[in-house]
Design a protein around this ligand. Structure first.
Ligand SMILES: [Zn+2]
Length: 238
């Protein structure tokens, strides 16, 4: 009898141990799978970030060396008191920004607003000539000019949505640059060409060049430290 009892008890113990191992195995499988899935999910999220809300509109038109102005693009212009032109849709907020700056003792001045394609060609040729005069080859002069002046058809100034801002009629002072850096986004303007983003924008640091994108986009771009190229890459449509 004791032998028989011994024989019947052992298989039960073995079964229990097997069940325990099986449970442990299943648990490990579940943990490994969920860890794998969450890594895949996070990678996908990083690769394809969610588009922003209100990510569509004329204010998000992207114009750069790789994205020329849409064919036949002609903004409706408004003439400023100093003779410069801007797209009439950005005027109310541009004026509001200038008024606020003035109330704080900062006098802003639009040195350059809208430029026609002809004007851009003229600027490009003029700058290139200065490099040719310095003895650069045609190729070198062209390359150097491209660092500072956009190729006609790829300048934001041709959209009417960008303005070069100075302090009165002089060059941009640090005080004005700081003020703009702090407040422009409240009026929907962003500093378009920052040093840290020059590889993406194709333009060197230009603390005077502001582009209207709208207050919502300006806020989201500031929060995410995104230039317009990065912003519209999130599935925005013009
Ligand atoms: Zn500019």
């Amino acid at each position: 009898m004791p032998a028989a009892a011994y024989n019947t008890v052992m298989p039960k113990r073995k079964t229990k141990r097997r069940v325990r191992w099986l449970r442990l195995l299943i648990l490990m499988c579940i943990l490994t799978t969920s860890a794998f899935l969450s890594i895949v999910y996070l990678e996908n999220r990083e690769g394809r970030p969610e588009p922003f809300s209100q990510c569509q509109g004329w204010n998000l038109l992207l114009v750069n060396r790789d994205h020329p102005l849409p064919e036949g693009y002609e903004p409706t212009l408004l003439k400023l008191s100093n003779g410069q032109y801007v797209d009439e849709r950005i005027y109310p907020e541009l004026q509001a920004m200038f008024d606020e700056a003035r109330s704080q003792g900062i006098r802003l001045y639009v040195r350059s607003g809208y430029r026609s394609n002809e004007k851009q060609q003229e600027l490009f040729a003029k700058r290139k000539q200065t490099y040719l005069d310095k003895g650069m080859s045609e190729e070198e002069a062209e390359a150097e000019t491209k660092k500072w002046v956009s190729v006609p058809g790829t300048s934001e100034h041709e959209t009417g949505l960008a303005v070069d801002i100075n302090t009165e009629k002089k060059r941009l002072t640090q005080q004005t640059a700081d003020w703009l850096h702090m407040h422009a986004a409240e009026y929907g303007f962003v500093q378009r060409y920052e040093e840290s983003k020059s590889a993406l924008t194709g333009v060197n640091n230009e603390p005077w060049h502001y582009r209207y994108v709208g207050a919502e986009a300006a806020r989201q771009m500031a929060e995410g430290d995104l230039c317009l190229e990065e912003y519209v890459a999130r599935g925005c449509r013009y």
